[in-house]
Structure formats: C-alpha cells, structure tokens
Ligand binder design. Structure first.
Ligand code: T5A
Length: 215
C-alpha cells in the first residue's frame, strides 16, 4: 500500500529538471525528510541498459547501436514502458511503501508527450496502453517546467542524444502535448515557467510540494 509521496518532473530538453531536483533534494535534506531521486528511462539495471539503447548515449557520450537507428515508434514506446514497469516494481513502490518521497526525473507524461504526440501514436492511445503498466502508481504531483524548445536545447551542454537531435517541430509538439496534459490533469500537473531564475523555479516548486507534504 502506498504511503509516501510520488513527485515527477517533466519538461522539454534542457528545461532544468535535473538542476531543480538537485535543489529540492537539498531542501528536503535540510528538513530531515526521507527521499529518493530516480529517473526515467533508468532507475534500475534494466532501465539504464534500455536508456543506452533508446538514447544511444551513456554518461553524455554517444553509444552507437544499430537497433535504435531503425526503431519503430511503437517499439520505442515499449522500451520506455519496459523500463517503467521494472522501475515501479523495484524502486518506486517499495520506496513509497517505506514512506519516502520519490523525486522522479520524467515519468509517464513523457511517454504520452514524446511517443503519443510527437511520434504520432496518439495521446489517448498511449494513456490507455500505459495504464496497464502503471496501474495505481500515478504521481501525486507533477511539476512541468515549460520552456520554448529553442531555449531549452540551447542549454544542453553535452552532445545531443538520439531524441534531442530530432527536428524543432518534434520538440514543439512535445511542448504542445504537455500543455494538453496540464489541461487534462490540472490537479496533478503544475506549470512553472522554466525561463525564470533557478531560485524562483525552486521557490514555486517548494510551494506546490508544501501543499502536498507538511514541510
Ligand atoms: N523520453 C523519456 C521519452 O521519449 N519517453 C519517455 O517515456 C521518457 C521517460 C531522456 C530522453 O528520453 C525521452 C525524453 C528525453 O529526450 P534525458 O537525458 O533524461 O533523456 O533528457 P532530459 O530529461 O531532457 O535532461 P536534460 O539534461 O536535457 O535536461 P534537464 O534535466 O531538464 O536540464 P538540466 O537541469 O540538466 O539543465 C540544463 C542546463 O540549463 C541550466 C542548467 O544549469 C544546465 O546548464 N538551467 C538553467 N539556466 C537558466 N535558468 C534556469 N532556470 C535554469 N535551470 C537549469
């Protein structure tokens, strides 16, 4: 049975999720709250392996894979979902059962935005298909960092991975999809302007988190 809090962070490339999670982590430490930080794709041995295949990247360096050059969108979705299924079972649910706050860098909304909308599989189809995988492991709060993809991509310092290298139209569709999702799930998804200073983005995020958890 779920007892902790599940918080996910979403956004386009370079929106600032990793930096924000790092600051929230320090804030939670200062409050002596028990948390874990995890990410998707990844978070487990299987997930990290799948991450290399699907992104063609490891620790910021290119990993060539003939498999992902011809990856079909449905196959791509299944790889992200396979990573998620393992992640839920091995990391997310056990941590929530131990009353921890789970901070997850990307989760199911990324599959809906990237594979559902940008890869044209369909937002509602991916919501329905992925619900079989996630069951009741849904986020309590999702912080969506909103940014013009041109600005976001200009912030990415490492070599662009397979998905980051997609055309600007693709990245614009991702942003559109997150806005559609935020309208669909207004109680869960909170939008923060990611072009504001890191300090302001942190302050607004803590404000939303404090409505969920007694900080
Ligand atoms: N994906 C993932 C799918 O297609 N389907 C799925 O189901 C899932 C789960 C993951 C890729 O996989 C795709 C989406 C992605 O393409 P990733 O490496 O995890 O790949 O990529 P991102 O999550 O996009 O990580 P990035 O590192 O690109 O972006 P972040 O974490 O959002 O940004 P961050 O914190 O590294 O910041 C980038 C730079 O901006 C600065 C930072 O200091 C850093 O230099 N910055 C700011 N600058 C100014 N103002 C601010 N407010 C700033 N905040 C951060």
């Amino acid at each position: 049975m779920k007892k902790g809090f599940f918080i996910t962070f979403e956004g386009g490339e370079g929106a600032g999720k990793t930096s924000l999670i790092d600051s929230i982590k320090k804030y939670l430490e200062s409050k002596k709250l028990d948390y874990i930080v995890t990410r998707e794709p990844g978070g487990t041995k299987l997930g990290e392996h799948l991450r290399e295949i699907v992104l063609q990247e490891k620790n910021g360096k290119e990993v060539s894979s003939n498999v992902s050059k011809t990856l079909d969108p449905k196959a791509e979705l299944c790889l992200f979902l396979a990573s998620r299924a393992q992640h839920i079972k091995e990391v997310i649910l056990p941590s929530l059962e131990k009353n921890k706050i789970v901070l997850c860098d990307r989760y199911n909304d990324s599959s809906i935005a990237y594979q559902g909308h940008a890869r044209d599989l369909g937002i509602d189809k991916v919501i329905e298909f992925s619900s079989f995988i996630i069951e009741d492991a849904t986020a309590d709060l999702t912080i969506y960092l909103d940014i013009d993809p041109k600005i976001g991509l200009s912030r990415v310092e490492s070599k662009l991975d397979r998905i980051e290298s997609e055309k600007m139209d693709f990245h614009q569709k991702i942003r559109d999809a997150f806005h559609i999702l935020a309208k669909k799930f207004p109680k869960r998804i909170k939008i923060i302007d990611a072009t504001e200073s890191k300090e302001d983005v942190l302050k607004k995020s803590i404000n939303y988190i404090s409505k969920l958890i007694d900080l």
